[in-house]
Design a protein around this ligand. Structure first.
Ligand SMILES: [Zn+2]
Length: 169
C-alpha cells in the first residue's frame, strides 16, 4: 500500500493491501496509497449483484497530532441485474472522497487495517437498483405496450374476457 515499497520489488502478502503502518508516518511523513484490489474481499456475489472489476483505490495517510488521518477515493464497477429485463448491466461505483480520522491510541500494534472501511464505503455507494442501457432498457417498450392494452376506463383488458360466464347466457 505504501509507494515507498514498490510492489515490483516486494512481493507483498495479500494481507498488507489494507494496512497502514503508523511508524512509517512519524515526523510529518505523508504516504500515498494506490492499490488495485481484487473485489473478493467485498464478499458479495449473489443473484442480483456482483463485483467483477478491481477496486481502484487512491489516497493519502498522515499523522495529525494523536490521529491517523486518511483520505481515500475509490472506484469500481458492479454488475447488477436490470430491474426491467433482468439482464446483467454494469454500474460504476465511485466514492470520490472518503475521510477517516482514527485516534492512534486505538490502533493496535501500530498497524491500521482499512479493509472494513473500504468495504462499507463501496457497498454504501452501490445503488440498490439498476436499469440497463443507462436507464433506457429496451424492454421498457414491451411494458408500454402492456399499459396500452387497457380500455378507456383504464381497466385492463383481460385475455379471458371471452370466457366470462355471463357471455354464455
Ligand atoms: Zn434492461
Amino acid at each position: 500500500m505504501l509507494e515507498e515499497k514498490p510492489p515490483f520489488l516486494y512481493n507483498l502478502p495479500v494481507d498488507d493491501t489494507f494496512r497502514i503502518f503508523v511508524e512509517q508516518l512519524r515526523e510529518g511523513k505523508t504516504t500515498s496509497l494506490k492499490e488495485s484490489i481484487n473485489t473478493s474481499f467485498l464478499g458479495i456475489s449473489d443473484a442480483n449483484l456482483k463485483y467483477s472489476n478491481p477496486v481502484e483505490l487512491m489516497g493519502t495517510a498522515y499523522l495529525a497530532e494523536d490521529h491517523l488521518m486518511i483520505r481515500l477515493s475509490m472506484t469500481t464497477k458492479a454488475m447488477m441485474t436490470c430491474t426491467i429485463c433482468n439482464e446483467w448491466t454494469e454500474v460504476p461505483v465511485t466514492v470520490p472522497s472518503f475521510y477517516l480520522s482514527v485516534p492512534i491510541e486505538e490502533i493496535k500494534g501500530g498497524i491500521y487495517n482499512l479493509e472494513k472501511e473500504v468495504r462499507e464505503a463501496i457497498l454504501l455507494e452501490t445503488p440498490r437498483f439498476a436499469e440497463c442501457h443507462g436507464g433506457e432498457c429496451p424492454s421498457r417498450n414491451a411494458f408500454k405496450q402492456y399499459f396500452k392494452n387497457r380500455d378507456e376506463d383504464g381497466d385492463a383488458i383481460s385475455p379471458f374476457e371471452s370466457l366470462d360466464p355471463k357471455k354464455f347466457n
